[in-house]
Design a protein around this ligand. Structure first.
Ligand code: UDP
Length: 247
């Protein structure tokens, strides 16, 4: 988020470098139940981002000192693969991945009925296979589908998408160039049934009016993303049901 580049991020016709209009999100593809040996799983693409999420649990929380006698803990590991970015990323945990794991865990805790599973752990593994900005949103959107696929009781799914500002324009769902050289990046995650916000961060600067416009776009896009999440789960359950019927 430097805000300085010679690169034109939005041209005179209001078109961005990947051909999108300012209020357009990237193409989204979601598939639930892609891993046989996990309790729940999801593969999600948004633009060039590719994310795989696996869920285990609820199961006994280990190590024991992490247990909560009143509810389950949601342990998230967000991991960016070394090959996911153009400059090879040093493998393993770093400050950024610890922070993102924590905020995804907190967002998921708002919807998962953790009170049903005291002392248990629900483990969520998010692997970023390919990154092009917006991976925390992609990871969180995939994680809530994987949790639902695992049959874990939840109040709702959690769609997440960013808005921001590039070349002075309010834009939806920033790509890597806009994230690097734009003026603001604002990831947002919501509970669609109540429009409560469960994640909101801001990097850069926008006026209050620009932020209002950006959030309007992001709320609208999050509701559309929620429909795609629900469709993925419906497809998964229909497939499961027809497989069971033929057995
Ligand atoms: N990125 C990278 N190397 C890193 C971390 C990030 O190349 O070690 C890229 C990657 O494409 C990522 C983008 O920078 O999606 C924006 O990263 P940010 O920390 O803003 O998180 P994100 O937008 O992915 O949630």
């Amino acid at each position: 988020m430097s805000g300085h580049t010679d690169m034109v991020l939005v041209n005179d016709d209001g078109i961005r470098i990947d051909g999108r209009k300012c209020d357009e999100k990237r193409p989204i593809k979601i598939e639930a139940g892609v891993l046989k040996n996990a309790d729940g799983s999801c593969y999600l693409e948004i633009g060039k981002n590719k994310v795989l999420c696996a869920v285990y649990g609820p199961r006994e929380c280990r190590p024991k000192h992490m247990q909560d006698p009143t509810k389950a803990v949601i342990q998230v590991r967000y991991n960016m693969q070394a090959y996911s970015v153009s400059d090879r990323k040093r493998p393993g945990t770093d400050r950024r991945s610890v922070e993102i794991s924590k905020l995804i865990s907190e967002a998921l805790s708002s919807v998962v009925m953790t009170e049903l599973y005291p002392r248990a752990s629900i483990d969520v593994y998010i692997e970023i296979l390919q990154a092009n900005a917006g991976t925390r949103c992609a990871g969180l959107s995939a994680a809530s589908v994987a949790l639902a696929d695992a049959g874990i009781p939840m109040r709702d799914l959690v769609p997440a998408i960013a808005c921001g500002k590039a070349d002075g324009h309010v834009v939806l769902d920033l790509n890597k160039e806009e994230d690097n050289y734009g003026q603001a990046d604002v990831p947002l995650a919501i509970i669609p049934s109540t429009d409560e916000i469960v994640l909101l961060q801001m990097d850069g600067n926008m006026t209050r009016e620009e932020l209002d416009r950006g959030l309007d776009m992001a709320f609208g896009a999050a509701h559309e993303l929620n429909e795609i999440q629900r469709d993925a789960l419906k497809r998964r359950y229909t497939e499961k049901a027809s497989k069971e019927a033929s057995e």
